[in-house]
Design a binder for this molecule. Structure first.
Ligand SMILES: [Mg+2]
Length: 264
């Protein structure tokens, strides 16, 4: 027998606040330095700057620029990793943010157009080897470095990985995505994220495109926003940003063909 009130509508429960996730760019953001350029400066063929110029002028995609520039490097993986560990460092409070995320089951990951071996070298040196990394996967072979792209938009494989795709994946899992970045390749991620921390070219671009953002200096402010979000929900997390969803972002944002001011 059915209970007496079985057919009566149940009182609706308050909607649960979405669970946050933190995604950060690597070069010039999680890392203080542009580690890719440091490596090219130290180990690359001097022509790498001409290749970068072609990229900045729109003749090459970021994927093409990176593959061509790194292909000319003769140094092996271990040598470059040691160089990174000696000369690069993570931006302040990255570790505190990671520890907080770990303690509260908040997903946090690095999302980069850069190469896995140097990102992992720095994370390892700083004591955070377990941070998930979405980047270009490399293999060092006798014929040089080969590249694998596992996060491409269907039909846009020629552009390499898409940071926007990664943000979409987290949002589809119901996460409120906090994104931190500095360069043009971050733009497609920023326009999809729920809360954006931006500096340098990304901040200028967000301003131009009227995408709300908070200025980024280090991960202390990100941690503060995350704490606030967990305490009060989205309204507090985006206290200064009444974020209006832009819907599906403009397609074919070919970040590789845009002019990039020395940052990725
Ligand atoms: Mg960057």
């Amino acid at each position: 027998m059915l209970p007496r009130n079985a057919n009566q509508p149940k009182a609706s429960l308050p909607a649960a606040a979405p669970s946050p996730a933190v995604l950060t760019d690597f070069d010039d953001t999680a890392a203080v330095q542009n580690v890719a350029e440091m490596l090219l400066e130290r180990f690359g063929d001097p022509s790498w700057k001409q290749v970068r110029q072609r990229f900045r002028e729109g003749d090459l995609t970021l994927k093409e620029y990176q593959e061509i520039a790194f292909r000319q490097i003769q140094a092996d993986r271990a040598t470059m990793q040691a160089f990174v560990q000696e000369n690069a460092n993570l931006r302040p409070h990255f570790g505190a943010l990671w520890d907080y995320c770990l303690a509260h089951s908040v997903p946090m990951a690095v999302v980069s157009q850069g190469l896995d071996f140097y990102i992992k070298a720095l994370l390892h040196k700083e004591g955070y080897p377990q941070v998930p990394v979405y980047s270009v996967n490399t293999r060092f072979t006798r014929r040089g470095i080969t590249y694998q792209y596992r996060h491409t938009n269907p039909g846009q494989e020629h552009l390499g990985n898409s940071k926007g795709l990664v943000v979409d994946q987290y949002r589809q899992q119901g996460h409120y995505v906090i994104y931190i970045g500095d360069g043009r390749s971050d733009f497609e991620a920023a326009e999809r994220a729920d809360l954006v921390f931006a500096h340098k070219v990304l901040a200028e671009e967000c301003q131009r495109q009227q995408i709300p953002f908070q200025p980024f200096q280090d991960f202390g402010s990100v941690l503060a926003a995350l704490r606030k979000f967990r305490a009060n929900g989205a309204s507090a997390g985006a206290a200064t940003e009444s974020r209006v969803r832009l819907g599906r972002p403009r397609e074919s944002r070919e970040f590789g063909s845009m002019h990039e001011e020395g940052s990725r």
